[in-house]
Design a protein. Structure first.
Length: 240
């Protein structure tokens, strides 16, 4: 039987391996999805690929699933980070979800000079990333980092990591300059207010930076994130 539900678990997976289910997972599987003992579930843990498992115990507060066969080998997304300035809640959620689907290794909310929100709910965003991985078939859940100030992040920027700076001031310039920027890399998208001149100067002075134009129109930050990720993936990532 093929599994209708895919779950991320924090437990080793392998042939014959029993996997305990948490209270939340039990609630979801048994109360929401109405599954029970004998039903199939797909499990992944970010390291051992995806496994077909059979529910062996279904309780109110927990349960157990027994792995039988591996259904997908472990694959990792390219070493691509997404740096974005948090915007309104629903749009921030969208950015996290789409980043996981399109394929990133890490998601870093950054506070820029014109960022409106000074707080994020990291745990909520991480839960969104997990759900997105469960539904899109990925075997890996990218980490969502705590909010960090852009200037702090740049001060410690790893020498080998390319920085794709999506600059709205470049709208309309012809080159998207994404070709050949291999992993490790990071895409940086600004807030609704865009980047300040000081930030622009700082970013442009860094050897790792490539300035990216995303067409002739000004995109909203969530659109810009999706467009840049898709372009990078198609040129340099795991879509090819
Ligand atoms: N308020 C700003 C626009 C910000 S758009 C202004 O009117 O100038 C939000 C973010 O999306 C930008 O900071 C940039 O990272 C990205 N972005 C939007 N359109 C873009 C484009 N055409 N080229 C490159 N980046 C773009």
């Amino acid at each position: 039987m093929t599994a209708k539900v895919r779950l991320f678990v924090e437990h080793p997976l392998g042939a014959g391996q029993p996997v305990p289910l948490t209270r939340e997972q039990a609630h979801y599987l048994f109360s929401v999805m109405r599954l029970g003992a004998g039903d199939a579930v797909a499990l992944f843990n970010g390291a051992d690929g995806e496994w077909h498992a059979e529910i062996s115990e279904a309780g109110k507060r927990g349960g157990m699933a027994l792995c039988d066969t591996q259904t997908r080998a472990q694959t990792m997304p390219p070493d691509l980070w997404l740096l974005f300035a948090p915007i309104k809640k629903a749009r921030t959620d969208f950015i996290v979800e789409k980043a996981v689907e399109l394929g990133v290794s890490r998601i870093l909310p950054v506070q820029t000079q014109f960022t409106n929100s000074e707080r994020i709910r990291q745990d909520r965003l991480q839960a969104h990333a997990l759900e997105a991985a469960e539904q899109c078939g990925a075997c890996f859940v990218p980490e969502v980092a705590e909010l960090v100030r852009l200037d702090r992040l740049l001060a410690e920027w790893p020498g080998e990591r390319g920085l794709l700076f999506c600059d709205e001031a470049e709208a309309g310039s012809r080159s998207s300059a994404l070709a050949g920027v291999l992993a490790p890399a990071a895409i940086l998208v600004g807030p609704e207010g865009g980047f300040s001149d000081a930030e622009r100067t700082r970013l442009r002075a860094m050897a790792q930076t490539r300035v990216i134009a995303l067409g002739p129109r000004i995109l909203r930050a969530d659109t810009a994130a999706v467009a840049a990720l898709a372009l990078w993936q198609a040129e340099n990532g795991d879509w090819t």
